[in-house]
Each structure stands twice: as C-alpha cells, then as structure tokens.
Design a protein. Structure first.
Lengths: 464, 223
C-alpha cells in the first residue's frame, strides 16, 4: 500500500484530482448559493408586490369597507392553498387567509416592509409585513409564501449539481491517470534502460525518443556520468592488468632462477649470485608496491601534506646534484631560471615530483640536451599560481601520447619492455602529488622542447 | 648487549635473532605483547624492537606501559608507513621507526646509532688507514697527498668514515648525502661512489671503498 502511494504516477493523479475536486466543489457551492439567493429575492419581490397591490387597493376607503364586509371574497380571490395573507386592524383580523394554520408572532408597527423566516413550523414560511395608514388608522398587512415553492426548484437542482460534480471528479481522476502515465512514460523507459546497464555493458548509453526537457537533462547527466565511470573503470582495469604484468616479470626471474639453481649442486659463488639477483628483484617489487600504495592513498586523500616554505634555488640545485654525473656522461646540462624563488609545498613530495620529471628528461632525452627548470607566476581562473616547468630541449612528444602520458603504466612505445626503474608510474606519481597539492599538471610541446609543467596554487603561502 | 624483539611473525623474529647474533648482539624474542613486557621486567635489555601489530595487546600499549618503568631505546616496526603512525609512535616515546618491508642493513644501522647515541662525539678529523678527512678545512688527504673532492663527494666520504667497517646501503647514502627519503632508482649513487673511488683509491694498492654485492658499500682498511 505504502509502496503504491509512493508511486509518482499515483501521487500526481491524486494531487491533481484533489485540486480539481476542490475547485469543482467551490464552483458548485457558489452556484448553489447564487441560485438560492436569486430564488429568495424573487420570492421577496412577489411578497412585496402583493403587499403593495393590496395597499393601493386599500387606500380607497370604499374598498376597505367592502373587504371588511366580505372577507371571503378576498380569500377566494387569493385562492392559493399555500399562501398566507392577513389584514389586521387593532385586535380585529379583517382578512385571515391562513389555510395551514401557521402560528404568527407578535408584530410591531413598521412603516417599511419587513421580512422574516418562520421555520420552526412544519411548513416553513417566509413572511413580509408592513403597517399602512388608512384614515389615520394603522393597519397591519402580512403576506407569506411557503419555502416548499423554492425548495421544489432548488432540490432537484442540488441533486443534479451533486451528480455533475462527482462525475467531473471521476473524469478528472481518469484523465490525470492517463496523462501522468503518458507523461512519465519516458521516466519508465529511462529506468528500464538504466537497469539494463551492467559492468559488462558500460558502453551502453541511455537513448530516449522525444523525452520531456527535464528527463532529457537527467538522461544526459546520467550519460555523462557513465562516460566518466567507463573511462575510470577501463583505466582501473588496465591498471590492474598492468600491475599484474609488472609483478610477473620479477616473479618470473625469482622462480626461474631459483628453480634452476636448485636443480643441481652449485658452488657458494653461484648461490651468492642468485641471491643477489633475487634481492634486486625483491627491491624492485618493494618499490612497485610502495608506489602503488602511494597512488592508492593519494587517490583517497589519505596522504598528510607537510607543507613548508621552500627556497627553490637551493632545493632544485640539490636535485640537480643527484643527476650531476649522469648528465655529464650524457653531455647534458641543467639551466635554472627562477622568476619566483619561493614555493609552499611538501618538500619530500616536491622533491619526488621534480626527481621523476628530471630523471625522465635524462632517460628519454638521451645525449646532448639542455634541461631547463623554470619557475614563474601565472593566473588561472583568477587564481594566482606558481608554475614549475621542466623543459627538455629539442625533444618532442607526439600529441596522441600527450593526453595519456600521466596515466599509470602508460608507455609511449607500446612494447612493455621497461628497463627503467620508475616502472611506468613516475608521471602518475607526479600527477597524484599535484592533485594532493590542489594544483594542476600538463605536458606541452614548446618551441624549445617538451615542457612538463606542475602548477601550485600560490594561496598556500597565505594559508601557512 | 642484549636486544629484545617483540614480534608475532615467527619467521621475522627468528631471522632477526639470527642476523643480530651474527652482527655481534645477543638477541631474544617474545611473540606477544604481554610476554614482551614480562621479559622486559625480568631482564635488563639494551634495546627493544617492537612490532605494532601484536595478537594480545598492541605495540602502542606495550610502549606506554614500558615507558612507565624504563627509558630503554625502542625501534618500532609497522606495516603502515603513514605519517600519523610515525608521529604517534614517536610521541609515545619510541626512538626510531621502520616501515615493513624494511631492510635488515637499515635496521642494523639504526640499532647501532641508537646504542652509541650517548657516547657519540663529533670529531674534527676522521681517519682510516692513510686517508684523512679534515672537517674544519674541508680537506682530504691520502698518504699526505691532498685530494680535490666536490661537495657531494666530500659529504659521501664523511658519511662513510663515520661508519667504518659497516655496510652502508644505497638508500642510506641517498638519505644522508642527497636528503632523498623516497625509494629511487639508485644508479646515481653507484656513479658517485665510482667517482669517489677513482679519486681516493685508484693510485693506491690498498683499496678502502669496497662494494658489498647486493647490499651496498663499506669503507674498510681490510679486504
């Protein structure tokens, strides 16, 4: 029962029907009251007419004498069984037409016509009375009409009105039910289509034919959400697959080498060789696990930032010193150009981000490159930011790779052979570090060469 | 010197005992927090290695109770290397911290540094065989011959000389000389050591810097 009341279709129908019923009832009531009022005033006018007619008749003194002499004539003249007419002079009732014997109250002298309802009686009656002066004598004129006359007109009308209202409400209910069913049809289709989308059919999209504006909006929002989920899900899928693959390589080495070693007696030196090789693979596994753990924590914002003001000159020179010898061997050199000298960030994470970027520049750039590290202020969306760019001269990355380059395990050359220690996670760690700092990152080809830019919000300085 | 290891993983506890014995320490282990506390009350140990995840009472509680009656140095081990854990441990009075999986060499280095912390005196001149390092003038001599070293090479040699005859891992060098505390590909350390070696060892019969394969380096006058 509750479930059916919660149905939107039923709710709309009930609500619309209730509103319409209220309006219908109000209109019917007002019509009834209006008609009733018209009948009452018609009745009153008839009473007034009667009194006024008799009043003119009585102004002639001859007439009054005749009336007093022959009251029956007048009674017959008026004839009508239901009518009431009295002419009273002092204690003397000159004309007494009251066939139903309706008891009358005491009347005061009133020069104007007065009205009154006598409803306690078995035959409710409306009366009008007036005191008229004939020969300076007060005469009381009373005329009355039974309610039944009005009732005979109003009660069938009332009955009809009631039937009309009930039929109307019923019709509105049925029409509302049909309309809301038709109107909400696209919502039902939306539900059915949404229900059909499963993890195996993530590429499916909602497709409604001529939906109402609101539902079209909802459907396109759901479709946009599905796009995001699909991308996220396929990335996650690829990520798990890549992880499994990356794990498999060192594990393969470990299993294979150890098995071969154990197949026959070996010299201590041979055992030592394999142990050392194993240790290298263990360390590689550990590094991968650490990186993945970092990425997972960064995704759920579980990394606490230890924000500090960093003097970039010394900080970056120290990172350069790590690569000093490698750069020398590759005939590469570093250039540091600082437009802004301070930055607020987590030093360890900033160090790791820059380490990864410069290490990539040396590994992928090869020999005879200049690696620029450049800092400058820029405004993005009215926010003041500090950008650090690592630019490798003369190197370019084709645009189809650029949009994917920060993805986990993404490698520009599709062969998975990965001799470098970053294991395809270096740039995605940079991306996570920037997300943690509420900053942004991107890679662009510039005239000088490929530029990896990490951008920190400057507002950090004020927050500190 | 006796070290107590409170660790419920039997495999870890037993290899630690074995390793520490080989490194010249006496070591015992307890497999639960209560057992550990019991032993700490009964015997005088020089140092405790404490795992945070224990079956009965956790490492934090052990540390709290322990601090009520002893100031013995404590290194705690945890599977979670979150900053919060580290801060919590140090606030409770632990002296050092290692996240699992840890390198045994590093643990050994931390134990050594904790045990000698009291008697460690900064020396102005460090020596091994005929190699001399002068900290005040930033100069290095081998066999009375002045050797020109870059700043980082000097720092590297200084770090090695502070730990003579000890194995030093690449990670330790990265942290000490370049202040890098995340895991990196450590090729640059091999290059730096090779350069340093060229400068101080090449012209001499007695080599001082030795590679310990798979583990790291060692500075020693003996082969």
């Amino acid at each position: 029962m509750f479930k059916s009341i919660r149905s939107l279709e039923l709710r709309i129908t009930l609500l619309a029907t209730t509103c319409a019923a209220m309006v219908l009832c109000a209109v019917a009531l007002m019509t009834y009251l209006g008609i009733n009022q018209i009948l009452i005033s018609q009745q009153d006018r008839a009473l007034v007419d009667r009194i006024e007619r008799l009043e003119t008749l009585l102004q002639d003194s001859r007439n009054i004498e005749q009336i007093i002499a022959r009251p029956k004539l007048y009674q017959n003249m008026l004839g009508n069984q239901d009518n009431l007419f009295l002419l009273i002079h002092g204690d003397q009732i000159l004309i007494n037409i009251n066939p139903l014997g309706i008891p009358l109250p005491k009347f005061t002298l009133q020069p104007q016509i007065q009205f009154r309802d006598l409803s306690v009686h078995a035959y409710p009656t409306r009366i009008a009375w007036k005191t008229i002066q004939i020969n300076r004598q007060p005469y009381l004129l009373i005329a009355g009409k039974q309610w039944s006359e009005r009732k005979d007109i109003i009660s069938p009308f009332q009955k009809h009105l009631f039937i009309y209202v009930v039929t109307g409400i019923l019709a509105i209910f049925i029409l509302c039910a049909i309309t809301s069913r038709l109107g909400l049809n696209s919502l039902r289709t939306l539900r059915e289509q949404t229900h059909a989308i499963s993890i195996h059919k993530l590429e499916q999209r909602l497709n409604l034919i001529h939906p109402p504006g609101e539902i079209e909006q909802l459907a396109s929002d759901i479709n946009a959400m599905l796009d995001r989920i699909e991308i996220g899900y396929s990335q996650l899928n690829r990520f798990s697959e890549d992880i499994a693959h990356e794990f498999r390589t060192p594990l393969n080495n470990l299993i294979g080498q150890t098995e071969i070693l154990l197949m026959s007696e070996r010299s201590p030196v041979q055992y030592q060789e394999v142990m050392i090789s194993n240790l290298e693979d263990y360390q590689r596994l550990k590094r991968m696990i650490d990186s993945m753990l970092f990425l997972a924590r960064a995704d759920t914002q579980k990394v606490c930032l230890n924000k500090q003001k960093i003097q970039l000159q010394l900080f970056i020179e120290n990172i350069f010193s790590i690569f000093e010898y490698q750069a020398e061997e590759q005939h590469c050199n570093f250039v540091l150009e600082l437009e802004t000298t301070e930055l607020v960030a987590d030093p360890e994470l900033l160090q790791q981000a820059l380490y990864n970027l410069i290490s990539n520049a040396l590994i992928h750039g090869g020999n005879h490159r200049t690696i620029y590290v450049h800092s400058h202020r820029k405004t993005i969306n009215n926010m003041s930011m500090i950008a650090l760019s690592v630019i490798t001269s003369g190197l370019e990355i084709s645009p189809e790779h650029l949009s994917h380059i920060f993805e986990r395990f993404y490698q520009c050359n599709s062969s998975r052979h990965n001799t470098h220690q970053t294991g395809g996670l270096g740039l995605s760690i940079v991306a996570s570090i920037m997300t943690l700092h509420e900053g942004t990152y991107h890679a662009v080809n510039r005239a000088e060469g490929i530029s990896f830019e990490v951008i920190f919000p400057e507002a950090y300085i004020e927050k500190l | 010197m006796c070290i107590l290891i409170i660790e419920d993983e039997v495999k870890i506890a037993s290899y630690l005992v074995k390793g520490l014995n080989e490194s010249g320490y006496e070591a015992q282990c307890a497999h639960s927090g209560l057992e550990g506390l019991e032993k700490l009350k009964m015997h005088a140990y020089s140092l405790v290695i404490l795992d945070v995840m224990l079956p009965d009472i956790d490492g934090w509680t052990v540390l709290k109770v322990l601090r009520q009656f002893s100031k013995i140095p404590v290194i705690f081990l945890t599977a979670k290397d979150q900053v919060i854990d580290r801060v919590k441990g140090l606030e409770l009075g632990a002296d050092d911290y290692l996240a699992k999986p840890f390198s045994y060499i590093e643990l050994l280095a931390r134990i050594k540094s904790l045990l000698r912390r009291q008697q460690y005196v900064q020396e102005n001149q460090l020596e091994i065989a005929n190699l001399k390092l002068d900290l005040i003038n930033h100069k290095v001599w081998r066999n009375k011959q002045l050797i020109e070293l870059s700043k980082k090479e000097f720092n590297l040699l200084h770090f090695m000389l502070r730990h003579p005859n000890e194995i030093i891992t690449r990670r330790q060098i990265a942290s000490e000389v370049w202040h890098i505390n995340f895991d990196t590909d450590t090729n640059f350390i091999d290059v730096a050591v090779r350069r340093l070696r060229n400068k101080i060892d090449e012209a001499h019969d007695i080599k001082l810097i030795h590679t310990v394969r798979g583990l790291g380096y060692k500075i020693s006058a003996e082969k």
